[in-house]
Design a protein around this ligand. Sequence first.
Ligand code: URA
Length: 288
Amino acid sequence: MQTNVRDEIAALLRWYVEQGLDETIGEEPVDRFALPPPAPVAVAVGAPEKATPRVTPAAPVPVAIPRPTSPSLPPRAPVPLESPQLVEDARALARNCGSVAELEAAIRAFEGCALKRTAKNTVFADGIAGAPVMVIGEAPGADEDRQGKPFVGVSGQLMDRMFDAIGMNRQRDLYITNIIFWRPPGNRTPTPAEQAICLAFTRRHIELARPKVLVLAGGTSAKAILDTTEGIMRLRGKWMPVQLDDGSAVPALPTFHPAYLLRTPASKRQSWIDLLAVDKRLRELGVR
Ligand code: URA
């Protein structure tokens, strides 16, 4: 490819990122204006059986996941799930857990997420349950899968050094987990269905660990926990309340994923600002 064409493409991609388009969702572009309008699939609750539109098994059923979120954020569209029942199962199991230890046991015994079949280990959490800061990343990578602990690879080591710079560590101040408990093959982004299943547990995890603040590492985690389509470029550095099902709320700060910082060291400056904001918030809460 000629240099000037490559430069133009790089400039276009940079512009996309600046506009908040920081993820691709397919290999090929789709001209949605050229597509025929979608067939209506709404099912009238309580309607007589023959009036109910037929949904072929291949069509995933959109499921609205009741996740209260910040009113200032654009909500995600209902997630098309192959098996909404699995999300319900996960939610019911999670609700029945009265402690972090019970939740961990329930997740380890859970067979409803296909990622478990290809993973070596369930990666639950590291650090101190009940610590003031709960960090939530995306999903285990190869090192985490091997060791069964979150953020132990190079990006996790960078995260440790960053928290160390504000005097915080896993042995005392941090509780670290991911929205996904099993490594996605090839480190691909977890599907909406995988996210919805694991999120049922993660939301209960937050309720049971009762952190003072959440740090959401990366766009996938931030979008899932805050239930929004907004990209990390817009979300980072802004505190948002996460409303939990038990009625409590926790302030959450989206920040860049450490793997992104390894690729884009110039962004460390913004992450440092985020860390200082965490430190300040904890001092205001009287925790430090
Ligand atoms: N990336 C994550 O999001 N989580 C990990 O545990 C490791 C890498």
